[in-house]
Design a binder for this molecule. Structure first.
Ligand code: ZN
Length: 204
């Protein structure tokens, strides 16, 4: 069936046409699920893969400028990404999908465009002063973003069509089974979530 099990308990799943989603960590073990047959397996002592993430329902911008919920985005699908060098938008392929459990708290970042971005604290958002987040250690650890600075009320984020101000930040506890979602984007390592440019997963 395309599974291999090793003596240390590690499994692999290589069925043709089947894609894996990262699910969550238990201790140092990474859990994966097949998007097709729903088989779940474990990679022992995996290095922590990246991806602080967003709540279900976060709106991702597609090349058509239509919006799609993050949990419905498919591997291989094109979404809109931001070219920081040319300050323009380009279509890029989603090359990794994560969903993850085990976070203790989430943040609601309330924006002047009326949107609320519900995210893990380490998720970097793009501003004119570079990447900012609410947890600088995890911005580095989970996203590979070094030199991020602390996100604060009043910061101006780079939005899809105009700058967007952070009006308020609420941090609150969540259940350990709360699921968050993240994407890896080929090339530019960012995407547009609720009209804001956000960093992608670490190993994309
Ligand atoms: Zn499968």
């Amino acid at each position: 069936m395309g599974y291999t099990k090793y003596s240390d308990g590690t499994e692999t799943h290589n069925a043709e046409g089947h894609d894996k989603k990262f699910d969550h960590y238990e201790d140092n073990d990474a859990k994966y699920i097949c998007t097709k047959c729903k088989h779940m397996w474990t990679v022992k002592n995996a290095r922590k893969v990246g991806g602080g993430c967003f709540a279900a329902g976060t709106k991702i911008m597609l090349p058509t400028r239509e919006l799609k919920n993050i949990e419905e985005i498919q591997l291989g699908e094109e979404i809109l990404a931001y070219n920081i060098e040319t300050e323009s938008f380009e279509n890029k392929v989603v090359n990794m999908i994560y969903f993850k459990r085990g976070y203790n708290e989430m943040a609601d970042v309330e924006l002047s465009n009326g949107n609320i971005l519900t995210m893990t604290l380490g998720h970097p958002l793009l501003t004119a002063q570079g990447w900012k987040s609410l947890d600088l250690e995890n911005s580095n650890f989970e996203h590979g973003v070094q030199g991020a600075t602390l996100l604060s009320v009043g910061d101006m984020l780079i939005g899809y069509d105009k700058p967007v101000m952070v009006n308020n930040i609420n941090i609150y506890p969540v259940d350990k089974d709360y699921i968050v979602y993240c994407l890896g984007v080929d090339g530019y390592h960012n995407f547009i979530a609720n009209d804001i440019i956000v960093h992608n997963a670490l190993y994309a």
